[in-house]
Design a protein around this ligand. Sequence first.
Ligand code: ADP
Length: 465
Amino acid sequence: MNILHISAECFPIAKVGGLADVVGALPKYQKDLGTSANVIMPFYNNKFTQSNTFEEIHSDYIALGHQYYNFKVLKLTSNQLGFDLFCIDIPDLIYKEYVYSSDDTERFLAFQIAALDWILTLKKQPNIIHTHDHHTGLIPFMISQSFKYKTLKNIPTVLTIHNAQYQGWFSHENVNLIPPFNRDNIGLLDWGGNINSLAIAIKCAWKVTTVSPSYMEELKIKANGLEDLLNHESSKCIGILNGIDWSVWNPKTDDKLIKNYDKSTVISGKSSNKKWLCKEYNLDVKKPLFVFIGRLVGEKGADLFPEIFKEALAENNISILLLGSGYEKIEEALTSISQENFNKFIGYDEKLAHIMYAGADFLLMPSRVEPCGLNQMYSLRYGTVPIVNAIGGLKDTIIDITKENGFGVVHHGVTIEKVTSAITKASIYFNQKEFRKNLKKMMQIDHSWGNSAQAYVNLYKSLKN
Ligand code: ADP
């Protein structure tokens, strides 16, 4: 079976969030199951593309409405990723220093059209086309409706929703950017008066998955306007929990850490990483260290951080370190916190994130929406207690320490009071002997990709054309 993943992000080439981690890992684990799985993505101007060698394997031009653009398909020459990586290079549109921006409609439409044009030329076409999020949501529509792609019509398409908040809306005035299609079915493009890329993919893909079972159920109740559609299409929808890339996220071999460790050396290993963090960020190493890593947006509960942190620091003998970026207002409010025992790095830093998973005692995830969440699984692997709101994938992966087989701290709802009292509850556990036992217990929990990759392969097999 030959699977092609089409995505805007893929780790380590270009990462904004969890989408990249999934697309960078899943194909490797699908390969282990005897399938051939590869990735096609846009060719951005970044460190990875500048410092690696690509070979041109195809060139052509596309029409985007009345505009013509030359494009190339580039293949990464090394086999460092564990799968083949193909990139669509459209210098005028895609080769930018950013992944997302305000001209995404044209950029990602051009990417999708070029990708399908290239697939048309392949001798060995994919058996499954797996699209991810709204950036590739027009693919299932174009395959089934655009005259140009009618020879691809029988290739099953799968859509994975990593985040349903963002849907890739654009105006019907831009309909001519889409290659000519059967106008009898123009209704497939519309949702709520706009062309809605994610809704289109939900309607046209053969199967729709979300990245955790709970998230699928939650979307049927609240999905930024797509609830009715998901209920209507529920027979083809299924939730499959993400895994984490065991080879990248392994405290024993992680080359970003100050000191590596495994279950038997977890106490001293974590302590060395914590010492480095506390020295670097001027925090007291004796206090329990709580961290947050992620986007500073409302979905992650970040708008409440300034108040939560002030209260939690006043009520408990703890330190807090934050790594992230997002809404300017939140960044500014965090910058104005003057209490001791708090520090932050506003920006993106992969190495620092790894050291924080290793050196922290607790990881905060008071998300209001969390399709799967990877951070809590990384934190388990690194022996750091996750403190989470019971939502989406967090609900599917973390059991409160007071429950049978529990190991984390779970709160129900995101308010300043609820998160602060979860922090207080966690810092009480920190003083118990049980805490050390719990580290080892968490590190044993297996969230590697094996089971999830198998679930996807089973899904593909059910779609044989
Ligand atoms: P989302 O995709 O909603 O942002 P996920 O939990 O699925 O959230 O994935 C977030 C990923 O991005 C994790 O690998 C996390 O470590 C990483 N990450 C987020 N923000 C930063 C940052 N500022 N610096 C380094 N890594 C980050």
